[in-house]
Design a protein around this ligand. Structure first.
Ligand code: FAD
Ligand code: NAD
Length: 468
């Protein structure tokens, strides 16, 4: 007789593993189906975690070479790339085995293989070798994530022309790295290899980097990254990449609207033009699960697909492709299946780009407020006026708080700073409680901290900060 579960989750990324654990905590008998050898999905295996390990290590290398001297530390750092990659691999290993531990702890049954849905209530697990097995399940959550988008004329081989996966594992530092796409992956991984010595050129289709980020912050980050040695070719597209017999790659770069092409030589090319939902092999057409026009699984506000008993979350559904968005959806969908009434606040999804300095943002950008015709006020405080930042040689960046002109309610914020991703969350909490800029400005902040810049920016949205 087939194994029978209350819930089967297909995919063990941040969406799937959180849903499975929360459902088990709520008393359900839970199975997870994962086709990769390790749990944790894109984020833990080939995404957030390995990229942050390399970003941290390469930032330390860069600081040792360029900032330590000013602090009175004389060193000449020597790169040991093998060890840096080994550090990254060990961080990944520790995280993915952590998920395995959590599954055991919560008595979740793991099945290895590709999951497909022959009908509501049933999941077929097909391992790489051997026979398939059918599981019966009252509920099914599809959390199969996303894969990189490819460009029609450019073949990715993951050695010379790579996606983010290949760019996390170059065996040597490329002399010249051409990055196609000035989004988060292009700028994070471009930063890693630039710090380690590569000449990085970013080709971006639009006339700005990081679409979606407040345009003032985008311009400032472009200037900062240029100072760090990264070259940008905006309003441009790569229409082909050819490999010469000596292995050198030549990219054809054209103006976005067409026109004369420029040839750029490179040792490696990173294609980072976005990601697309992954539903291959699930047999959704057989189960009758509907997709939207962009290939994402269509869901309602309770993560229900059009087929009763089948839910979907994370990168495979609409919304920002972020691990924490997938996790919160996983948490919520498990509670909904258990009969609870949770809520995910899509107006407050924080975003962080882990470059140096980091950029963190939440809520509305100034561009969005202008487009909406909203009357808003701005409080902007630079880290050059923050004592702790000076002590740490971390004066690059600012805190910008946008608040409603009449009610003072905080509508959005952008922070460019060392550890901006950590600083952002006091604003996130305030915004969850519909707080005002004055609430932030009157909250006592420890001195000396980088967080004081948030208090000061909030005071500036009122009638003035103290330290500027
Ligand atoms: P995924 O993590 O993609 O997991 C899907 C899982 O489903 C995979 O394990 C896959 O093997 C499995 N699967 C697919 N189909 C089947 C099937 N039929 N049967 C069984 N298993 C299946 N986000 C952030 O928030 N912060 C970051 O710093 C960040 N950095 C990133 C860096 C990089 C280089 C990349 C590529 C992404 C990054 N992201 C980051 C995005 C983040 O990784 C994704 O948003 C997140 O992983 C989505 O989670 P998910 O659970 O929806 O899917
Ligand atoms: P992205 O959508 O962030 O950026 C892609 C960029 O490529 C855009 O600026 C786009 O205009 C440009 N582009 C598209 N087609 C192009 C073309 N033909 N030529 C030149 N430029 C082109 O996508 P990404 O950087 O690939 O990241 C994918 C996803 O992964 C994103 O949703 C992101 O949220 C997530 N991610 C998040 C983090 C983080 O949170 N720190 C880190 C990495 C990835």
């Amino acid at each position: 007789m087939a194994d029978s579960f209350d819930l089967t989750v297909i995919g063990s990324g941040p969406g799937g593993y959180v849903a499975a654990i929360r459902a088990a905590q709520l008393g359900m008998k839970v199975a997870v189906v994962e086709k990769w050898p390790t749990f944790g999905g894109t984020c833990l295996n080939i995404g957030c975690i390995p990229s942050k390990a390399l970003l941290h290590a390469s930032e330390m290398f860069d600081e040792a070479g360029h900032q330590f001297k000013q602090l009175g530390i004389e060193v000449s750092p020597v790169l040991n790339l093998r060890q840096m990659l080994a550090h990254k691999d060990s961080v990944v290993n520790s995280n993915v085995t952590g998920i395995e531990f959590l599954f055991k702890k919560n008595k979740i049954t793991a099945f290895r293989g590709t999951g497909s849905i022959p009908a509501a209530g049933r999941v077929l697990v097909t391992p790489e070798s051997g026979h398939g097995q059918t599981i019966e399940s009252r509920n099914i959550i599809v959390a199969t994530g996303s894969v990189p988008t490819s460009l029609p004329s450019i073949a990715v081989d993951e050695v010379n022309v790579v996606s983010s996966t290949g760019a996390l594992a170059f065996k040597e530092v490329p002399k010249r790295l051409l990055v196609i796409g000035g989004g988060i992956i292009g700028l994070e991984l471009g930063s890693v290899w630039s710090r380690l010595g590569a000449k990085v050129t970013v080709v971006e289709f639009l006339d700005r980097i990081l679409p979606g980020l407040d345009s003032e912050a985008g311009r400032q980050m472009q200037r900062t990254l240029q100072k760090q040695g990264i070259e940008f070719r905006l309003s441009s597209k790569v229409t082909g990449v050819e490999q010469r017999p000596d292995g050198t790659l030549t990219a054809r770069v054209e103006p976005a609207q067409g026109g004369e092409a420029l040839l750029i030589d490179a040792d490696k090319v990173l294609v980072a033009v976005g990601r697309k939902p992954f539903t291959e092999g699930l047999g959704l057409e057989i189960a009758g699960v509907a997709l939207d026009e962009r290939g994402r699984i269509r869901i309602d506000h309770e993560f229900k697909t059009n087929v009763p008993g089948i839910f979907a979350i994370g990168d495979v559904v609409a919304g920002p492709m972020l691990a924490h968005k997938a996790m919160d959806e996983g948490h919520a969908v498990a509670e909904i299946i258990a009969g609870q009434k949770p809520h995910v606040n899509y107006a407050l999804v924080p975003s962080v780009m882990y470059t140096s300095p980091e950029v963190a943002w939440i809520g509305k950008s100034e561009d969005e407020l202008k487009a909406e015709g909203k009357e808003y006020k701005v409080g902007k405080f630079p880290f050059t006026a923050n004592g702790r930042a000076k002590a740490m040689l971390a004066t690059a960046g600012y805190v910008k708080i946008l608040a409603d002109v009449t009610t003072d309610r905080v509508l959005g914020a952008q922070i460019i700073a060392k550890n901006a991703g950590e600083l952002l969350h006091e604003i996130a909490v305030l915004m969850e409680f519909s707080g005002a800029a004055e609430d932030l400005g009157r909250t006592m902040h420890a001195h000396p901290t980088m967080s004081e810049a948030i208090k000061e920016a909030a005071l500036m949205a009122g009638d003035g900060a103290i330290h500027i």
